[in-house]
Design a protein around this ligand. Structure first.
Ligand SMILES: NC(=O)c1ccc[n+]([C@@H]2O[C@H](COP(=O)([O-])OP(=O)(O)OC[C@H]3O[C@@H](n4cnc5c(N)ncnc54)[C@H](OP(=O)(O)O)[C@@H]3O)[C@@H](O)[C@H]2O)c1
Length: 255
């Protein structure tokens, strides 16, 4: 029997690259997104070639009922959950200086990125704890945070706060679940070419030209997916609550 992976926000961008990579690795995949299924029907048909089971679920991770209904449906359809990739996330609709940031934008971004991730993880972890250990672990949870967990962007403070929250969510669940055989990791992407960054393409093109990133190119969704694939497998069994920067070396401080 294949292991099952859930990928939130798995229908496009970084999430789609993760979905495809995990399907390639042989996981059955439950692909979640906030959009109606019609939007992704053609996309997920591409998983057919990997010979695994797959299904798309509409799920708003910021909504309790939606989370619970979806997780029940995934367990019913697939029999269990072995890998959770918390990838879904939003940027502020409008970038605004910290002194202008609104409570509405803060509530939207934090309630999807941090609160949604927290309670989605809680519900999946409860499910994982009821399952058998397969091989060397019961489950793996991988959180896609951002370099913004660490780096200040004064025009999207609410996003930075939400991603710093995901780093703490990673450590909290890692410590809580280690004894249950569930490992929790965090992946911090830098600047990755997706819909999310399309609105600020010129700015990042310029920063790349100016040498801001030691590896001087845009990150690709596949760069993140390859890290997730490695962490989901059996190569990292004596570490939990860690993070890996997939950012072209952007995190290195220089003088
Ligand atoms: N792109 C970057 O440079 C970058 C850098 C660092 C971190 N990240 C993080 O990586 C993750 C993926 O980013 P991306 O660039 O691939 O973003 P994206 O292209 O904008 O895709 C975001 C995904 O999240 C889903 N989503 C948004 N709100 C949701 C909700 N309430 N419930 C469920 N799903 C929801 C979307 O679903 P629908 O498709 O249905 O709309 C979509 O699949 C995000 O957490 C982002 O913060 C991105």
């Amino acid at each position: 029997m294949n292991k099952t992976a859930i990928i939130t926000g798995g229908g496009r961008g970084i999430g789609w690259a993760i979905t495809e990579k995990l399907a390639q690795d042989g996981y059955d995949t439950a692909v979640l997104g906030s959009s109606d299924p019609a939007r992704y029907s053609k996309t997920i048909e591409q998983l057919e070639k990997y010979g695994i089971k797959y299904k798309y679920y509409k799920c708003d991770i910021g909504n309790r009922e939606s989370r619970e209904t979806t997780i029940r449906a995934v367990v019913r359809d697939f029999g269990g959950i072995h890998v959770l990739v918390n990838n879904a996330g939003v940027a502020p609709e409008k970038r605004m200086d910290l002194l202008e940031m609104t409570e509405e934008s803060y509530d939207r971004v934090v309630s999807i990125n941090a609160k949604g991730t927290l309670f989605f993880t809680q519900a999946v972890a409860r499910q994982m704890c009821t399952q058998e250990i397969i091989g060397s672990k019961r489950g793996t949870i991988i959180n896609i945070s951002s370099c913004s967990a660490e780096v200040v962007s004064r025009s999207r403070g609410e996003y930075c706060i939400s991603k710093a929250g995901i780093s703490m969510i990673t450590k909290l669940f890692a410590e809580r679940l280690a004894g249950d055989g569930i490992l929790v990791h965090e992946v911090r992407p830098g600047i990755i070419s997706t819909d999310m960054t399309s609105a600020v393409k010129d700015k990042y093109d310029r920063l790349i030209r100016e040498g801001c990133f030691p590896i001087a190119r845009w990150g690709k969704p596949e760069d993140v997916a390859n890290a997730v694939s490695a962490l989901a497998g059996d190569g990292f069994l004596y570490t939990t609550g860690n993070y890996i920067d997939i950012d072209g070396g952007y995190h290195i401080k220089t003088l």
